[in-house]
Write a protein that binds this ligand. Structure first.
Ligand code: FAD
Length: 603
């Protein structure tokens, strides 16, 4: 089709969060001609919201810390469903990647000796999160972005990719050939010709009603990958962060960083009881404090005490809070209390948690140095994502790579806090390297067919052509409500079946969805396009959650309590069905861990 803007690159990175920027820098440094495409402004990616820090066993505070301990914590946090090789590479390479950020100008907080300071987070045996106050993501993005610009890498912002384009040779190989996108402002289309595409599009939390995620998190990368023939794993595992704001309603779900607990905050119910001691699971009992005294001593002496139960992995804490609220011991606005005011001085709180202080002061009129916060679980992170090779982040589609939150495997059934920021830089670099070398090694460039471009254009414009009465905003609201109610923190077979029926109904309604106006900055049209992705991803999560008849990590089944060892050795793999209307699911054995790593888990 004529009149469509066209650009040629070796590597196109979709997403300008930490993982996309790190991948772009690596691909550029490997000699590739690189573009970064993102649907919001550069610097606005989700990574900017990350508060607590990046987990890396640097051993700055505890010399006993090393990659083996970090690896063990990560695998146990994910209830052993993580891809062991990804968890190993992550633990081994994170310290180097954090140091590199410092070389590039990131201003980390310091220890008294001038080393990068590290803070405590749930599930990590030692203080391990490199941080910048509670604004770590902001500094990470600032640093990476500055380097990206200095290297002269092209950026296409406010530009949304709606389809990946494949080469269709006579031999039938379906390798990546490029991507199709539209400019949000003008609505005009653009085609990127590129043999390597790196998906770095983040998560899909916007499919839930109460979420810490921003408007960008609509699962685009997950859906683009499925439609291009790639596979998704771990989709049943969605992390509900234990502490989101519950009041006022306009900010319900907004994140309250785990650093509040890492820095001494405790959880209390309406009876004033520090209830987490009642919710310590057997699996973690040996490494959790037995008494309030031991828990409180741990902050200053980690060698001789065990960590407080408030710092159990997120899935455990979120379930405990949920149980307290359900038992009628919740706070006035339907949460529980998070108290740091009675535990630390106002100076300490304002220095360590400046953003939290302002967030509560400005949004809820609560002074967290003087009174407790009200908090409750909020949909936060997608463990599930595109299945990739651990070394290169290559999906099953030649030329298609995936990194960051849109990829799967690394975190298994539950992610430890701080392990995402480090995941972004470790695997971002690996994917960028691999994508560049794949592009350089090709004898000829894959070709995009005009028919595929025309089809992508027709699909993007479909909502303007439909004579229907359905409104994308209403469908999105109904999906968010259904996911919240039926695919939430505690699940049940019958409810998951209802969720799948509901998604089917919403898909039918989405086919009759029409938008008004023209293509110039038209948010209704943008949402109509994003909705297809959210619906597909919602189906994946509900389908996998229904099949997995056990409780593990971020997947809790009321009707199948507790983990089942059989399920502990397999993944559910989703791919687009032959008609392209939904997804098919198969079981797959998880890769076997070598003996030299197994020994870390023998007790
Ligand atoms: P993102 O940073 O979300 O970037 C996604 C990019 O993809 C954006 O640029 C977006 O515009 C682009 N994009 C998406 N779809 C398209 C499309 N169709 N076309 C073009 N571009 C597209 N993790 C930690 O480890 N430590 C923390 O302290 C921490 N704190 C957090 C606090 C909050 C409030 C939240 C929400 C998360 C936190 N996390 C934390 C998780 C972590 O921030 C995210 O998992 C991580 O930043 C994701 O990075 P990413 O590179 O995968 O994607």
């Amino acid at each position: 089709p004529g009149g469509i803007e066209r650009r040629q690159y070796d590597v196109v990175v979709i997403g300008a969060g930490g993982s996309g920027l790190r991948a772009a820098i690596a691909a550029h440094e490997a000699g590739a001609n690189v573009a970064v495409v993102c649907k919001s402004l550069l610097g606005k990616a989700h990574t900017v919201m990350a508060e607590g820090g990046a987990a890396a066993a640097m051993g700055n505070l505890y010399p006993e810390d090393n990659w083996q301990v970090h690896f063990r914590d990560t695998m146990r946090g994910g209830k052993m469903l993580n891809n062991w090789r990804m968890a190993q590479l992550h633990a081994q390479e994170a310290p180097e990647r954090v140091m590199e950020l410092e070389d590039w100008g990131a201003l980390f907080d310091r220890t008294a000796d001038g080393l990068i300071s590290q803070r405590d987070f749930g599930g990590h045996r030692y203080a391990r999160l490199a941080h910048i106050g509670d604004r770590t993501g902001l500094e990470m993005i600032r640093t990476l972005q500055q380097r990206l610009v200095a290297l002269g890498i092209d950026v296409f912002m406010e530009c949304t990719v709606t389809d990946l384009l494949l080469s269709r040779s006579e031999a039938g190989d379906n390798a990546i050939a490029g991507a199709f996108a539209y400019w949000r402002e003008s609505g005009r289309f653009i085609v990127f010709d590129a043999p390597s595409v790196v998906l770095a599009t983040g998560g899909f939390g916007k499919a839930w009603k109460v979420t810490s995620n921003s408007w960008e998190y609509t699962g685009d990368g997950h859906a683009l990958a499925l439609r291009a023939g790639a596979t998704l794993i771990n989709m049943e595992f969605v992390q509900f962060h234990p502490t989101g704001m519950v009041w006022p309603p306009s900010v319900k779900g907004l994140l309250v960083t785990e650093s509040v607990r890492g820095d001494g905050g405790i959880l209390k119910n309406s009876e004033g009881k520090r209830f987490m001691f009642d919710h310590i699971p057997e699996y973690f009992r040996k490494e959790t404090a037995e008494s309030i005294e031991e828990a409180d001593r741990w902050y200053d002496d980690k060698k001789n005490n065990r960590r407080p139960p408030e710092l159990l992995p997120r899935d455990e804490v979120a379930r405990a809070i949920n149980a307290e609220i359900k038992a009628g011991r919740g706070s006035p606005h339907g949460g529980v209390f998070l108290d740091i005011a009675s535990r630390r001085t106002p100076e300490f709180i304002r220095k360590r948690l400046p953003s939290m202080y302002h967030q509560f002061k400005e949004l809820a009129d609560v002074d967290i140095t003087a009174e407790p916060m009200e908090i409750g679980p909020t949909c936060h992170y997608a463990m599930g994502g595109i299945e990739v090779d651990p070394e290169t982040e290559l999906s099953v589609v030649p030329g298609l790579y995936a990194v960051g939150e849109c990829s799967g495997g690394m975190h298994g059934s539950n992610r430890l806090g701080g392990n995402s920021l480090s995941d972004l830089i470790v695997f971002g670099r690996r994917a960028g390297d691999a994508a560049a070398s794949y592009a350089a090694g090709l004898a000829s460039r894959p070709q995009i067919s005009d028919d595929d471009v025309a089809a992508a254009q027709a699909s993007a414009l479909a909502p303007f052509e439909v004579e229907g009465a359905e409104n994308p905003y209403t469908i999105q609201q109904d999906l968010q409500q259904a996911m919240n109610d039926l695919v939430g923190i505690i699940r049940e077979g019958a409810e998951l079946e209802r969720a799948l029926e509901e998604v089917d109904r919403l898909k039918e309604r989405a086919a009759r969805m029409s938008v008004e106006g023209n293509r110039q900055y038209n948010p209704g049209w943008h949402l109509a396009i994003d909705l297809r992705n959210m619906l597909l991803v919602g189906e994946c999560v509900a389908k996998a959650a229904l099949a997995r008849e056990e409780s593990r990590g971020g997947h809790t089944r009321n009707d199948h309590p507790g983990p089942n060892p059989e399920w502990g050795s397999k993944n559910l793999v989703l791919r687009l069905n032959a008609e392209g209307t939904g997804v098919d699911m198969t079981e797959q054995a998880i890769p076997a861990m070598p003996d030299e790593l197994k020994k870390f888990f023998e007790e």
